[in-house]
Design a protein around this ligand. Structure first.
Ligand SMILES: Nc1nc2c(ncn2[C@@H]2O[C@H](COP(=O)(O)OP(=O)(O)OP(=O)(O)O)[C@@H](O)[C@H]2O)c(=O)[nH]1
Length: 713
């Protein structure tokens, strides 16, 4: 596309629409009159001058006018073309910057974005439809010209049905133009042949017409505007993709299982038919026969003149018959192909005739039993080898024939293909197995999603119940709270199960109030040191996934309240804990002195398999009361791990939890814990034990659900 793109110029600001009938009518009127030519030659010359202005009515009309004026003496009967439906719309060049701004900017720009491409497509579609309209209009004009050239007037240009044709001059409509005698009146209509028509073929003589209808509007016939081409690519794309986005069903899994477990006995496919003789041997045999036949023909030719040679001819006949009868089986050709060819050559040259007859070697290389040995040649095969070796040494034979038992090229190729096929087949099976596992996982996830939807619904119902109580300024009943907690925990459990991890470990922090348990948890899970927070109420938990040896380990970290009054609540969390972190404050002797009490609780409520870790927190503080070795000794005495941390300075906090995760992973692998520690770490009993005392505020920011539940109390 470039300046060559021509569109209608006219009222359409973009220049993309054909001119209105009224506009083209005025143009037509200004084009003046066309003349009936006197003869065909003049007609031809006139048409050629007009035809040069192909597609430009302004030039065409002016040209016609000038022609008509300059050669008015050669023409007569100027024809009023008011009735001619021919219209020549003005076509101007397109101003791209105005009508195709995006196209122009894209041509000048360096890069094209997808959005610009969309816009460009719209512009081009518009341009295409405009060109189509113009093409149709031009075709109509061409048809009119052709019919004019044939001497027929198109009285009515095609108009849309139902539209009344307006008369321009107010004449009465539909009157047949007839002479008084009833014959149709002669009407001269053709100004000359259209461009490209040979003058000899142009009929410009007076034509007789059937009734001529009045010519209505001379504007261009209305053409139905073709709809712009639709961009259906997106629909087709989604129709194609949709089938691959559907959920996995049990049928899909069954189909995969069938494919994998299909009978794997494809040994039939790998059988190759027994290999015949090597093609080189066959060809050698065929060559030998041909040569023998040639030799026999020669011998026959000599037979007439040389009587003594008749024996040779008889021998050849005999040998040939034998060949025909026995074919080329190995039994009758004990000599190798090289030997046979050598003998055949000698027979042909009549060098060996007497020897053959005397010594019993026929022309096909068949020997009498014991002949080879009697000649001192060893065996037929050794003779063949000798000949081959000799020929190879002399450079006559380059390659070895190879062993007949070896695979030839085709068989080798077959075996190679079979090996490849086996590899592909094995690969397919492994991929199918992988796909099956993925499909099963997907099915499980689908089931989990459904469970999650149900859990969401239950949480929502519980929320509504408690919100309703709040609206009535009532404290929710214990039963409602229990239901709400259970709904929340069920939901959390589903969420945990949905996540992809190897193990889920429950780690519980215990210790006196204010030792920094919450700060340790927040530092590890959120990476922050919370300023000025209140005491923990009951329990709270947070989740963090860590990666140990390339596997995801989920830590469910429970922060318990250190205050004595919550002890009954927190104790219930010891039981299902995989690890217990007993925290004391290194700047507070009393927190250390309480450790034996905490140990007794652990003994009483926790599992004997639980991993126990002693943590001395707040190492950043300068008022340390407990040296490190004191904590170490205590831990050693009670068979505990020991570490000192600072939640404030993030010192050893990460290490504390990572080491616990590593240790627990090893313990699980060694069979210390159940392998399914991933699930079921919280029993419904644990959940139901969580009761919150009234008028307390939790600091949990983990679950919005727990926040609203707590704040409601
Ligand atoms: N200097 C210092 N202060 C800390 C550190 N850890 C916690 N604290 C402060 O100790 C106070 C208590 O911290 P918490 O994390 O709420 O203690 P807790 O053990 O969770 O207390 P309860 O929730 O009542 O059991 C807060 O004022 C913290 O700012 C630390 O590592 N260094």
């Amino acid at each position: 596309m470039g300046e060559a793109v021509l569109l209608y110029s006219g009222a359409d600001p973009k220049g993309m629409m054909p001119p209105s009938p009224s506009k083209s009518k005025s143009i037509h009127k200004s084009s003046g009159k066309l003349f009936r030519h006197k003869d065909k030659e003049r007609s031809g010359s006139s048409s050629s001058s007009g035809g040069g202005n192909n597609g430009n009515s302004t030039n065409s009309s002016s040209s016609s006018s000038s022609n008509s004026s300059s050669s008015s003496n050669k023409r007569d009967d100027p024809l009023d073309l008011k009735e001619c439906p021919l219209s020549l719309p003005v076509v101007g060049s397109l101003d791209h910057t105005r009508s195709l701004p995006r196209y122009t900017s894209l041509v000048n720009a360096e890069g094209v974005s997808m959005e610009e491409l969309d816009g460009l497509q719209l512009e081009l579609e518009l341009l295409l439809s405009s060109v189509l309209v113009r093409q149709m209009a031009v075709n109509t004009q061409l048809t009119i010209i052709h019919q004019l050239e044939k001497g027929k007037i198109i009285s009515k240009p095609p108009v849309s049905p139902g539209k009344k044709m307006k008369r321009e001059d107010g004449d009465r409509p539909s009157k047949k133009m007839k002479e008084a005698n009833g014959k149709p009146r002669d009407v001269v209509t053709t100004p000359g042949p259209p461009p490209g028509i040979k003058p000899s073929k142009v009929k410009c003589s007076v034509q007789k017409y059937e009734p001529v209808f009045d010519v209505p509007d001379l504007g261009p016939p209305e053409q139905p505007k073709p709809p712009p081409p639709k961009n259906d690519i997106t629909n087709r794309f989604w129709a194609y993709v949709e089938q691959y986005c559907q959920e996995i069903t049990v049928e899909d899994i069954k189909m995969l299982e069938d494919l994998i477990n299909a009978p794997n006995d494809d040994s039939d496919y790998y059988k190759t038919p027994p290999l015949g003789r090597h093609y080189t041997l066959r060809w050698a045999q065929e060559d030998l026969q041909d040569e023998q036949k040639e030799g026999l023909k020669l011998a026959e030719g000599k037979k007439k003149g040389i009587k003594g040679e008749s024996g040779n001819s008889d021998l050849s006949d005999k040998l040939l018959k034998e060949v025909d009868m026995n074919g080329c089986s190995d039994d009758v050709a004990p000599l190798g192909p090289l030997t046979q060819r050598l003998i055949a050559g000698l027979v042909e040259e009549n060098v060996l005739v007497s020897d053959i007859e005397n010594k019993g070697v026929d022309g096909l290389g068949h020997t009498r039993p014991g002949l080879i040995k009697s000649l001192g040649l060893g065996s037929a095969s050794s003779l063949e080898k000798k000949i081959k070796k000799e020929l190879q040494e002399q450079g006559v034979m380059e390659t070895d024939y190879g062993n007949e038992d070896d695979d030839d090229e085709i068989l080798m190729e077959l075996r190679r293909c079979q090996t490849e096929l086996r590899a592909v087949s094995n690969h397919n099976i492994s991929q199918l197995t992988r796909l099956l596992n993925l499909a099963r996982d997907s099915l499980v996830r689908h089931d989990l999603k459904k469970r999650l939807r149900d859990a969401d619904q239950k949480v929502l119902e519980a929320y509504r119940t408690i919100a309703a109580s709040r609206q009535k300024k009532k404290t929710p009943s214990k039963k409602d709270k229990d239901i709400a907690w259970k709904a929340i925990k069920d939901r959390e459990e589903v969420l945990f199960t949905m996540e992809d991890y190897k193990f889920l470990f429950k780690v519980v922090l215990i210790g006196n109030a204010g030792v920094g348990k919450t700060c340790l948890v927040r530092r590890f899970t959120q990476g922050l040191f919370p300023p000025g927070q209140g005491a923990t109420i009951g329990v709270d938990f947070m989740i963090k996934t860590v990666e140990i040896e390339g596997e995801k380990i989920k830590l469910q970290i429970w922060d318990t309240a250190g205050q004595e009054r919550f002890r009954s609540i927190t104790q219930s969390y010891y039981r299902s804990a995989h690890a217990l972190i007993l925290v004391y404050d290194i700047s507070s002797q009393p927190t250390f002195d309480c450790l034996p009490d905490w140990l007794r609780e652990i003994e009483q409520y926790a599992s004997c398999k639980v991993l126990r870790v002693l943590v001395g927190n707040k190492t950043d503080r300068e008022d340390r009361e407990l040296p490190t070795h004191v904590g170490e000794e205590f831990a050693h005495r009670h068979n505990m791990y020991f570490i000192e941390t600072s939640a404030k300075e993030a010192d050893n906090v990460e290490k504390l939890f990572i080491e616990i995760a590593k240790e627990l992973t090893q313990l699980v692998r060694s069979g210390h814990f159940d392998k399914d520690s991933k699930v079921g770490d919280l029993s419904p009993q644990d959940v139901s034990n969580v009761t919150l005392p009234p008028a307390r505020e939790t600091r949990s920011e983990f679950a919005c659900c727990s926040r609203w539940l707590s704040s409601s109390t």
